[in-house]
Design a protein around this ligand. Sequence first.
Ligand SMILES: [Zn+2]
Length: 282
Amino acid sequence: MTDFKDRISLARRRIAEADALVIGAGAGLSAAAGLDYSGPAFKKEFADYIARYGFPDLYSSSFYDFPTEEQRWARWARHIDYIRFRPEAMPLYKDLYDLAKDKNYFVITTNVDAQFRKAGFDPDRIFEVQGDYGLMQCATGCHPKLYSDKEVVEDILAHSHDMTVDKKYVPVCPVCGGNMDVHVRKNQYFVQDEAWQQAADRYERFMTDYADRRKVVLLELGIGYNTPAIIRFPFERITYQNPEATLVRLNAEYPEGPAETASRTIAFTENMSEVITKLDEK
Ligand SMILES: [Zn+2]
């Protein structure tokens, strides 16, 4: 099926008939929504870092091995503020909420920018698997607790100069006295606190109740092959195992799926905002 209109009307019908809607979202969604990790806004915001360190994009800059915690946190503060605190809900996320709000939905996302919550999605129906830029943890996970980093970020931004900040503004672990890290999964020390575990359980239950046996639409948005085992492969497996499942895949680069589920996969490589707007038309 290649005709855009036909795919839209089929997907819209499947969503209307579904008992449940599972939204699985990756980096491609926030990029399409306009959170700029490598374009003009990034280049303006991080001009000094680009000039000194040659960072090609925001994502890779977060792995740079700074010699001091003061420098590392000065960069993180700007990063977190730019992606997590400053932006309001992006229009694409709001359109997505309009599409989902009257349905029995659940969101699983690898994004750490809190856009689903900002757009109005019920926090009890969101599982942010990979963390949240708005939280921090002990860098070695010495205790399973998360802390807001909002004030830390504000203080660092207010007092940083020349891409570093005085030591007194750098957060330290209240338990072991070691370094703190942003709550984003990057190694084995990622903290899965009680709230994270509860979200994981709710997602698991939702999938058992609906995705495995009922009429379900799996709406997959911008998920490539960075961490396909979290959303992309499970969605393909459910589509294969549950004859009532439909996979709606929005992906400009990797729309292809296994041949076995091709008949129940509706793929879009077109502009994500346009597709979501069309799916939402009554
Ligand atoms: Zn600690």
